[in-house]
Write a protein that binds this ligand. Structure first.
Ligand code: ADP
Length: 304
């Protein structure tokens, strides 16, 4: 199975002509609201690709939490692994996007930031049982670390999306326990000091990341595609040409695609291509979790 341990939010996104300055109020015609948070986005995208994930996440005992349960259940996700926080709100992201696509985001971690070792202790059987464990860093590091330990005991492959990038010491500790690390360009630069703009620079950055532990390094490079590197092989996979309207969630869909393809037995270069197709399709739709494509859509883009 594929397990995901991570954040769940309800996002509120409004398009504005110009982003507000401090103290300013700007009008918007409407907002869209839907599931977000990197963990939830990855879980939803995995489900759309036809694999039912074990999704462990923490929500509040409130209306937004119930909205999340309904949305996840509608996608066929088992919601019994969602943990209800005693005294914290469901995470939210308040997003404003201007006409140029520039955004301003306030994230309320809420219940996500209350995930404890104890919560994961209760889920240890599922973690020991999984083949792939997907993690991001929108939950407390102690919880992430604990999930990794249970999953490793069961022999799972650990796939870490280092977002948001933590401080250097925490990063080192986590990477030492990670099999597959998947930074985007910004995260890659923060972690290595190297901006991955082409294959040569991505290769240099990948070396720095390999030296911190992961055998497999995947660098997500937006419209440039993705670079993969292992001790045996490396290469740059070109992105698919699509008309991108909203790149939010592209990286999460990429990770979901990568996990589903690897779990299905695909070789790494094929899995990265599958992931690029999944990420590309996510940019053609608005929203975060709701932007994930179906398996048929990904297969159509791969083999038109
Ligand atoms: P993140 O969403 O984490 O910032 P990226 O922007 O690198 O990560 O997007 C993840 C992946 O999605 C990329 O590696 C690429 O395969 C695909 N992708 C992103 N933006 C585009 C785009 N404009 N056109 C085609 N594919 C894209």
């Amino acid at each position: 199975s594929i397990a995901v341990v991570g954040s769940s939010n309800i996002d509120f996104a409004a398009r504005v002509a110009k982003l507000p300055k401090p103290g300013q109020t700007v009008p918007a015609k409407e907002y869209i609201s839907g599931p977000g948070g990197k963990g939830c986005n990855q879980a939803l995208a995995i489900a759309r690709l036809g694999v039912s994930p074990v999704f462990i996440s923490k929500i509040g005992d409130d209306a937004l939490g119930r909205q999340l349960v309904t949305s996840l259940a509608a996608e066929g996700i088992d919601t019994s692994h969602l943990i209800i926080a005693d005294a914290a709100q469901t995470g939210t992201a308040l997003i404003s996007i201007d006409e140029a696509g520039e955004n301003m985001i306030t994230v309320v971690g809420g219940a996500n930031m209350t995930m404890t070792r104890g919560d994961l202790h209760e889920k240890q059987d599922y973690l020991r049982d999984c083949d792939y464990l997907l993690l991001q860093l929108e939950c407390p590091v102690v919880a992430v670390d604990c999930a990794i330990k249970y999953a490793r005991e069961g022999g799972a492959k650990i796939m870490l999306d280092p977002a948001p990038v933590p401080d250097h010491m925490v990063m080192r500790d986590l990477l030492a326990l990670t099999d597959i690390v998947t930074p985007n360009s910004t995260e890659c630069r923060a972690m290595t000091g190297i901006e991955p703009v082409d294959e040569a620079s991505a290769k240099k950055a990948a070396k720095v990341l390999h030296d911190m532990g992961p055998k497999t390094v995947i660098i997500k490079m937006g419209r440039q595609g993705a670079y993969y590197s292992t001790p045996d092989m490396s290469g740059l996979v070109a992105s698919f040409t699509v008309s991108a309207i909203d790149t939010v969630g592209a990286g999460d869909c990429f990770n979901a695609g990568l996990a589903v393809a690897l779990h299905g037995g695909q070789a790494l270069p094929d899995a990265v291509r599958f992931a690029c197709a999944t990420g590309a399709l996510a940019t053609t739709r608005n929203g975060a979790g709701d932007a994930a494509p179906t398996l048929d859509q990904v297969l159509a883009l791969l083999e038109p």
